[in-house]
Each structure stands twice: as C-alpha cells, then as structure tokens.
Ligand binder design. Structure first.
Ligand code: ARG
Length: 458
C-alpha cells in the first residue's frame, strides 16, 4: 500500500478498506491522460514562476520516460498504489527525487481526475465518431449498388409498400448521421478544462488556467471550481449517445436476424461472420447480430447506473464519482466492438435480390399504387380503396398477385381497369414514381446519395 495522504493518520489503512477504496484496477487505462495533464500543469507552473526551469524539465522528462516505460512494458502498473495519480507521482518522485514532489502544487486529485476523464472521453468521442463514419461508407456502397433492388417496406412488420434496399439502408445512414452529430455536440459542450479548480475552491497559487487549457486543446478553463470537480454531465451525455447508437444497432440487428431466417431468406451472412450449432448440423446462426442486440442492455444499464450515482450528490467532489469509470469504460469498449463487428458483417453480407423482389411482389405492396391507378382514372380515393380491398381479397382466394390476374378478372372487380394497369403496378413503376424528397425513387435517391458523398467527403 502506497498512499499520497498518510500524514494525519496514526494507523495503517485496513487492507480490505484499501482494496475497496482503490481504483487503480480500472483507472490505470487513464495513464496517458494523467501524464499529459501533468506535463501541461508542470509547464504552466514554471511559466508562472512556481517551479524552476530545472524542476520543470526534470518533471517533463521523468513523465515522458514513465509513459515510454509503460508502453514498452518495462514498467508495470500494480495495485501497490491506490490510483493512477498516486502511481504516476510515486514513480516520478522515485525517478527524479524532490522535484517530483512539487508536481502536485496547486492541484488536487479532484481536478486531476476530472481532467483525466475529460481527456479520455473527448478522445473516445472522436474515435467512435470515426468508426461510425466507416460504417456509413459501407452503407453508402450498398446503397449505390442497390438503387434498383426492390424489396417490401414494412409497417407493423406487415408488407406495406415497395422500397429499395438502397432506401432501406439509407434509413440507417441517417441514424448514424444523427449519432455522429450527437457525439460532436458532446465534444463541443464538454471542451473546457477543469485543471486548476483544485479540490473545490481553486488555489492561492497564481496559476494560468487559460494557458493549461490551451496546451491541452480546450476552449478555455471551466468557470466554476466547484462545478469543475463535480461535473460528470459529459459522461452521462456520452453514455446516452452510446445507448442511442446501441439502440440503432439493435434495431438493425433485429432486421438482419429476421432477414436471415429461413422464412425470409433476404440475406445470407458470410460464413466468417456466422456460427454453427453443436447439435443441429444444418444451422448457420446470426450470432453477431444477436450479441449486438443483447449487449445493448448493458450499455443502457451503465447510463442508468451513472444517472443514479449522480442524483443525490451534494457539491462538490464525492467518492461516489469514482464509480463513473468502470461503466463508462465498458460502454465505450462494448460500442466500439459492436460497431466494428456489425459493420464487417454487413459489409460481407449477401443480399438475395430475387427473394426480396419476389417478396415485394407477393405481398400486395403495390395495392396503394393500384388504388392510385383508379384515382387517376377518375375514381374517388375512398372508393378506389374499397375496390382494391375487394381485389386483394379475390387475389388471396385465387392465390395470385395483382399483376398475375387477367384483365378479365380485373374488369370483374372494376370496369375502369385497362391493359396499362400492369405497367402501373409493376414494382419498378411503384418505386420509380415515388419521387418526393426522401422517397425511394431512383432519381431522388441519386440526389440524396450525392449529398451523402459530400457529407462523407468521398
Ligand atoms: N480515484 C478517484 C476517482 O476516481 C480520484 C479522486 C480522488 N479524490 C479524492 N478526494 N479521494 O474519483
């Protein structure tokens, strides 16, 4: 046990208490941020005349060496220290002597940990945002290749109107666009530097907080020291954005699972991205999609846990806040892994265009267009709706689709039908006539794709 705070105690900490209190087991992943923040702090302290040039140089060199040693494996983080801050400071002091003990001047672990966590969250926001961008590129490729791949669009999971695979994938592209913009919003809102807030009330040393902030790429320093050390909104916002990403992935997963079922057969998941059964030799299971759907629950869980942890905390820092890390780290790891696996699965998935088109044809997805045909020939829409309803009933009785009915059979239902009905209700016509912005018609889809290309810079 090596602690930063033994002075006012007459007894050693109980071993179990020490372990219960310690966070090194998980905050060790913040070593990069902890060292980066300490270097900026030391440079600022020297600029302000609080450290000498020699002390600052020794500290910067020492911290850089510690980072290198951690990276090349010659130094290991062990639970001998309470947290990553103690570990770094103790190793620095061991390496450079007394100058190491001056690093913590004008700083508390409260503003230090707030900074470390902000730096970490900020970097992860960017990484996840980039990952989503790669996923969008895959979706865009599928869209471009499938402008004329007809499939049924569903409402209530019942076939509704024909769309294209490009159009369907475009819906997910839009979800990811909002996800990315949410992440960007978080970045902008959280980008103020808490370092210099001290334990809660600032410090009497003449710190230049703006200088520290600018060294670390922040917009500027935070403006209330109590809030600086007790704010975890950015963690909650991240967990909320990650939950929404998982919700989107989970909906997509659900569709892949349905499409991959024997009954639908719309897609075939690549062998490399599916799994078998230990007993049923015929099985090829969509495990990745199921796992992504399943892992959504734990990311939601971390969001609710953090909201609950924070809800009763008086200002300013409380140890409860140490609980921000494990859940956030797990949520970040989970989302990155899920996005990466899922997009590779989608990238290699085969779409069975013939099955999709046949499904669109057999489900009366052109019934609205058949009604519109009658409307164009002077029948009021409400009457047309009734006529086509009766037509569908007859088709079901005869086991035929609308376009498989002969003109005679159609005329029995309504005299208005003529030979041009077949063209009017073909999948191609149904889709291509839908030309309102955002609809599946090829001409408008091409415009949307051009927008997406601009947005992705491709
Ligand atoms: N391990 C602590 C955390 O993660 C660091 C801050 C400790 N501050 C304190 N006053 N005990 O929140």
């Amino acid at each position: 046990m090596a602690q930063l705070w033994g002075g006012r105690f007459t007894k050693e900490t109980d071993r179990d208490v020490y372990l219960f209190n310690a966070s090194i087991g998980f905050d060790k992943r913040l070593y990069v941020q902890d060292i980066e923040g300490s270097i900026a702090h030391a440079i600022m302290l020297e600029k302000q005349g609080i450290l000498t040039l020699e002390e600052k140089d020794a500290i910067v060199k020492g911290l850089t060496t510690i980072r290198e040693q951690l990276e090349n494996g010659s130094l290991e983080i062990t639970d001998k220290y309470e947290d990553i801050h103690s570990f770094v400071e103790a190793n620095l002091t061991e390496m450079i002597g007394d100058a190491g003990k001056k690093l913590h001047t004008g700083r508390s672990r409260n503003d230090q940990v707030a900074l470390d966590m902000k730096l970490y969250v900020r970097s992860q926001v960017s990484e996840i945002e980039e990952l989503l961008c790669s996923f969008q590129k895959i979706l865009l490729r599928i869209m471009e290749e499938n402008l004329e791949t007809y499939m049924p669009g569903f409402t209530h999971l019942q076939k509704a109107q024909p769309v294209t695979l490009a159009h369907h994938m475009g819906a997910y592209f839009e979800m990811l666009r909002r996800d990315r913009s949410r992440l960007n919003d978080i970045y902008v809102r959280m980008n103020t530097c808490p370092l210099g807030a001290g334990a809660l009330a600032g410090t009497t040393y003449p710190l230049d907080r703006a200088y520290t902030a600018s060294q670390l790429g922040f917009e500027g320093p935070t403006l209330n020291s109590m809030d600086s050390v007790s704010d975890r909104d950015y963690v909650i916002e991240l967990l909320s954005a990650l939950s929404t990403i998982m919700m989107h992935l989970s909906r997509f997963s659900e569709e892949v699972i349905i499409w991959n079922s024997n009954e639908y057969g719309f897609v075939e998941i690549d062998d490399a991205f599916s799994t078998g059964s230990s007993i049923m030799p015929q099985k090829k299971n969509p495990d990745i999609a199921e796992l992504v759907r399943g892992k959504t629950g734990r990311v939601y869980g971390h969001l609710v846990a953090m909201l609950t942890t924070m809800k009763g905390l008086p200002l300013a820092y409380n140890k409860d806040m140490q609980e921000d890390k494990e859940g956030t780290f797990d949520a970040i790891d989970t989302v990155k892994e899920c996005v990466s696996m899922f997009m590779q699965m989608v990238d290699t998935m085969k779409f069975r265009k013939d099955v999709m088109a046949r499904s669109a044809m057999m489900g009366f997805t052109n019934a609205t267009d058949a009604a519109d045909y009658l409307v164009k020939h002077g029948v009021p829409f409400r009457d047309a709706h009734g006529i086509i309803g009766r037509l569908v009933l007859t088709c079901i009785e005869k086991g035929k689709s609308i376009e498989e009915m002969s003109l005679e059979e159609l005329k029995e239902i309504s005299e208005v039908f003529d030979a041009d009905i077949y063209e009017a209700v073909s999948l191609k016509t149904c889709v291509e006539r839908r030309l309102t912005t955002g609809a599946p018609g090829i001409a408008v889809m091409k415009e949307v794709i051009a927008e997406y290309k601009k947005y992705l810079n491709v």
